[in-house]
Structure formats: structure tokens, C-alpha cells
Design a binder for this molecule. Structure first.
Ligand code: SAH
Length: 224
């Protein structure tokens, strides 16, 4: 696994513009194989390959490059408090929690949320709080946040998330259709005003389902 992980860092991250030493350091230390669902085995080439991995319940563990690019785009500092929408396996959560002071993470699927919570406890992450619910409403109790990351794609930028971003804060969110999105960054200046949104790249995430996201399809409804 460690060989495959070193290859991932060099070939899929550094060679493609991920240079923040904190992001590379966190991803160099984290055992990605621990984030697969219980009982699901995979070869090192798969776990550390350049693709998203299915994790069951219609969801995926994001491609390493995307995790690196999104984390780098947040420009995290040690003392930051981060809100994450879409805990999934908890891999991205662990990358954030390796760098920032606190991570508040929200997941709508209770089964995934509980598995991720148990997994991150086992790996020793004590600076993460977990909520089962609709993350398009944010998590007001922890606001204002220094950074907000959404790891599912919605039709627009949820207003609740913008309102929970503090001065100097950065919000990174995939916005577009159910199948293809652009990764958008919105920054709040120190005077509280919102800067022009920036388009960072094209991306494909699973749908953000909720009040300020997509309505659930029948299969999404039956799974809940
Ligand atoms: N970052 C994750 C990838 C998760 S896939 C990882 O590294 O594993 C996106 C996740 O967003 C899915 O688990 C999905 O259930 C969740 N999701 C979708 N809509 C949501 C919402 N409104 N609130 C919270 N979580 C949501």
C-alpha cells in the first residue's frame, strides 16, 4: 500500500499542481484503504488509483486528485474551523482534520455517517463533530466558519452556507447539473463583502440532495 500511496502523491497530486505541503503531508500519512466499507477489499492500485471508488449506498470515495485540489483551494490555516457537507467515508474529513483545528461534518445518510464516525474515532481524530441531516442548511451552531467544503454537487450555491461563512472565509462547492458540475470558490473579504465567485475546474460529484439541493430520486428516497 505504501508504494501505491507514494506513487499517488507524486504522480496524481504533485505532478498536477497540488503543492500545499500540509495537503500533501496529510494525504501521505492517511491510510486510504481504511476508508472502504467493512468487508470491501481492494488492491493498492485501486485504493490509490486516479479514480473515485464506489462505497455502496450509491455514493463514492472521491478521486485523490479532487480531494487534494479542493483542500488546497480552501487555503487552510492551523486555527481554522471548517464545515464539511457530505461526510461519506470520512476520508476528506480526515484530510481536513489533519490540517485545521476543528471540522464540523454533516451527512444525510445515517448509515454512512455512523460508519465514518466510528472509523475516524478508531483512527484517533478527536477534533471532528458529526451531524446527521441536510447539510444544505449548514450547521448554525458552529458558525461562522473559516472554510466550508461541499463534496456533493448541487444546482446552486446554498444561501445558508454563504451566510455561515465568516469574514476572510472560503466556500468551495460543486455547482451544475446532476451529472456534471463546476467547482466554484466564493470568498468573503475581511470587510464582510463577498468576492466574485471563481471557477476552479470541471468536476463530477454525486448529487447534493436537500432543501437547497436536488429533490431525491425514488432510489435515493428508498435508501434513506
Ligand atoms: N467526501 C466524501 C465523498 C462523499 S460523496 C469522501 O471522501 O468519502 C458525497 C456525500 O454527500 C454522500 O455521502 C451523500 O450521502 C452526501 N450528501 C448528499 N446530499 C447531502 C446533504 N444535503 N447533506 C449532507 N450530506 C449530503
Amino acid at each position: 500500500m505504501s508504494r501505491a500511496r507514494a506513487r499517488m502523491i507524486q504522480h496524481d497530486l504533485e505532478a498536477r499542481g497540488i503543492h500545499d505541503p500540509r495537503v500533501l503531508g496529510a494525504m501521505r500519512r492517511l491510510p486510504r484503504e481504511e476508508f472502504l466499507p467493512a468487508g470491501r477489499r481492494a488492491l493498492p492500485e485501486e485504493v490509490y488509483g486516479d479514480a473515485a471508488l464506489p462505497i455502496g449506498r450509491g455514493q463514492t470515495l472521491s478521486q485523490p486528485y479532487i480531494v487534494g485540489a479542493m483542500t488546497q483551494a480552501l487555503g487552510l490555516a492551523d486555527e481554522d474551523r471548517v464545515l464539511e457537507v457530505g461526510t461519506g467515508t470520512g476520508y476528506q474529513t480526515a484530510v481536513l482534520a489533519s490540517i485545521a483545528a476543528e471540522v464540523w461534518t454533516v451527512e444525510r445518510d445515517p448509515v454512512l455517517a455512523e460508519e465514518a464516525h466510528a472509523r475516524l474515532d478508531r483512527l484517533g481524530f478527536a477534533n471532528v463533530r458529526y451531524l446527521i441531516g441536510d447539510g444544505t442548511k449548514g450547521w448554525p451552531e458552529g458558525a461562522p466558519y473559516d472554510a466550508i467544503l461541499v463534496t456533493a454537487g448541487g444546482p446552486s450555491v446554498p444561501a445558508a452556507l454563504k451566510s455561515q461563512l465568516g469574514p476572510g472565509g472560503r466556500l468551495v462547492v460543486p455547482v451544475g447539473s446532476r451529472s456534471l458540475q463546476e467547482l466554484i470558490r466564493i470568498s468573503r473579504q475581511d470587510d464582510g463583502r463577498e468576492a466574485e465567485p471563481e471557477v476552479l475546474m470541471e468536476c463530477r460529484f454525486v448529487p447534493l440532495v436537500g432543501a437547497e439541493g436536488w429533490s431525491p430520486t425514488w432510489s435515493e428516497r428508498l435508501r434513506a
